[in-house]
Design a protein around this ligand. Structure first.
Ligand code: HEC
Length: 131
């Protein structure tokens, strides 16, 4: 009996430490303010936050490609998540936050990754202008 309650206490302590780490992440606020409206509940068939099976094929596209695709907008997914003021860095952080809770393990995009994403975005824009 005594042993059981101690391990329960340890589990709670670990849980508390873990959730305070989550709160410190840069993309969390943007996710909640911009993305959660659709991705929280899966509105318009948006891949739902935390749904590993739904996110797996998207994660497989890789960070650069997926971030560029989503930032430009795909089908029912609006460009910049529907917020015209959202920078690529802010968008990327929010996406990393969502991915890492949906089966992925991405690092926040550094300068090199942001540059690669911007290059992909330019390629997509150029493609859109073609007849
Ligand atoms: C207005 C609703 C809405 C908002 C707000 C929104 N999304 Fe989406 N998102 C969608 C929908 C719907 C899809 C599925 C698109 C499809 O496949 O038809 C999607 C798909 C995606 C995808 C997969 C793109 C692909 O390659 O198919 C990513 C990544 C994504 N969203 C990231 C984000 C992030 C990050 C935010 C916040 C910054 C965000 N979304 C905000 C509706 C939304």
């Amino acid at each position: 009996m005594k042993k059981k309650s101690i391990s329960l206490w340890i589990a709670c302590a670990i849980g508390a430490t873990f959730s305070s780490t989550i709160n410190a992440e840069p993309g969390e606020n943007t996710y909640k303010q911009v993305c959660a409206a659709c991705h929280g509940a899966g509105v318009l068939n948006a891949p739902k936050f935390g749904d590993k099976a739904k996110w797996a094929p998207f994660i497989a596209e890789g960070q650069v490609i997926l971030t560029a695709d989503a930032y430009v907008g795909v089908r029912a997914m609006p460009p910049k998540g529907g917020n015209p003021n959202l920078s690529i860095e802010g968008f990327s952080d929010a996406l990393v936050y969502m991915i890492n809770r949906s089966g992925g393990n991405w690092k926040p995009a550094d300068k090199t990754t942001i540059a690669a994403i911007n290059k992909e975005i330019e390629t997509r824009k150029a493609g859109m202008n073609k007849p």
